[in-house]
Design a protein around this ligand. Structure first.
Ligand code: HEC
Length: 216
């Protein structure tokens, strides 16, 4: 998805919110229209649990709650709060148990291309994809890739593979909110989207000199 499309979608969503009763009550909820009883009841009435998509998905995490509140208010989040959310996310990062960050880049490429998983119609016993290419350019000169996130072409070539870079990249994939409280990147580890092995494979895709990210 391209950045412009996302903004159009977000604007459309804000328009819908602006028209509902939740807005009037939002002041008493610290300005978050998603938290009002009326908005929550609209959600509960309009969504039905199906397959693995249960209604607990409507419950925002503290980070999602605070980020949508400031997004809605059109105000920057106070630095103290973003720092706190980032350090909480950082404390939750689980690094590879065997100390090895890199798996198989070929498996990583399939994961980066795969946008399946977590929907009610997906088999919950099958591993989910990472859908990295929906937001990032990872392979040079392929116009089908998205640009919501920065280009990752030549990632390993440009950054090297020091312990610090390996840890940073793992942390980004595990829970991007550790580096940017209101990051738009899914928290692949913290929200159990990818397994430890899958994250290692995607890491190898970014780092391996032979992967299409670096060999181009
Ligand atoms: C929904 C969009 C989205 C998806 C899907 C996504 N990312 Fe991101 N990613 C971003 C954004 C946006 C940033 C920029 C930083 C931020 O906003 O926090 C980013 C930043 C990064 C960074 C840090 C880049 C830097 O210059 O330091 C890495 C590495 C990364 N993403 C890897 C991945 C990998 C690997 C996947 C798939 C497993 C993935 N991303 C999936 C949106 C996404």
């Amino acid at each position: 998805m391209k950045r412009t499309t996302l903004f159009v979608l977000m604007t459309a969503a804000a328009g819908v919110l602006g028209g509902c009763a939740g807005m009037n009550q939002s002041a008493s909820e610290g300005g978050n229209p998603f938290a009002t009883a009326s908005f929550q009841s609209i959600l509960k009435n309009d969504f039905a649990p199906k397959g693995q998509a249960k209604l607990d998905r409507l419950v925002q995490t503290k980070q999602q709650y605070e980020c949508s509140k400031y997004e809605y208010l059109g105000k920057p989040m106070p630095a103290e709060m973003s720092k706190k959310l980032e350090s909480e996310a950082m404390a939750g990062i689980v690094y590879p148990k065997d100390g090895k960050f890199l798996g198989d880049w070929k498996a990583g490429l399939k994961i980066a291309e795969d946008g399946k998983g977590k929907q009610w119609s997906d088999n919950p016993d099958k591993p989910s994809g990472g859908n990295c290419l929906a937001c990032h350019e990872m392979v040079k000169n392929d116009p089908s890739q998205g640009n919501i996130g920065p280009s990752l072409v030549d990632y390993g070539k440009l950054r090297g593979n020091s312990e610090a870079i390996l840890k940073y990249t793992w942390g980004r994939i595990y829970d991007s909110a550790a580096y940017n409280a209101c990051s738009w990147m899914p928290s692949f580890g913290a929200h159990h989207i990818l397994t430890e092995q899958q994250m290692k494979d995607v890491m190898a895709l970014l780092m391996d000199p032979k992967s299409p990210v670096n060999a181009n």
